[in-house]
Ligand binder design. Structure first.
Ligand SMILES: Nc1nc2c([nH]c(=O)n2[C@@H]2O[C@H](COP(=O)(O)OP(=O)(O)OP(=O)(O)O)[C@@H](O)[C@H]2O)c(=O)[nH]1
Length: 141
């Protein structure tokens, strides 16, 4: 029984948005009150029951930034073992009509040149997302 429980580690899907605007990319700083406090992430959040990745993405971005995003492309999924659970990040490259965000969860947001993304303290899972985003940009040239 224990073996079954161990092998059935909780897997959490987390759609997130790599939002591009005028050549810059949006990074969000997690709240000091949340897990991974003050680390940087791509806005998004956990899938709720019955949702598709896209539905969860639209809902989370509306909740966190009060804007609608449009999906341009999907990046490879990347997973991170957090011990008691596995986080599967499902990143989408997105654009927005407006940058008049209302922040409801993040400490702050920053618009960065893609080259400057690694200067922030990202959650570990995001390092792969950034690498895959660079591959995506390189393939577009
Ligand atoms: N939205 C988002 N979440 C990320 C990223 N990288 C990463 O490890 N995560 C993790 O994925 C989970 C997303 O959960 P959430 O945003 O819905 O809610 P939360 O912080 O309250 O979750 P938690 O308390 O379960 O950790 C968090 O544990 C968060 O740390 C990322 O780039 N974007």
């Amino acid at each position: 029984m224990i073996e079954v429980l161990v092998s059935e580690k909780l897997v959490v899907r987390v759609p997130c948005a790599v939002i591009e605007h005028n050549g810059k990319v949006l990074a969000g700083q997690r709240s000091a009150a949340l897990s991974f406090p003050l680390q940087w992430e791509f806005p998004g959040g956990k899938l709720e029951k019955g949702e598709t990745d896209e539905q969860a993405l639209f809902r989370e971005i509306m909740e966190e930034l009060n804007v609608s995003v449009e999906i341009i492309d999907k990046l490879p999924e990347t997973s991170k073992d957090q011990g008691w659970r596995e986080i599967v990040l499902v990143p989408f490259v997105c654009k927005v009509d407006t940058i008049d965000f209302i922040l409801t969860e993040h400490e702050q947001i920053l618009w960065l040149d893609p080259d400057d993304l690694p200067t922030l303290d990202w959650t570990e899972a995001d390092l792969n997302v950034i690498k895959n985003y660079y591959d995506y940009l390189a393939a577009k040239i």
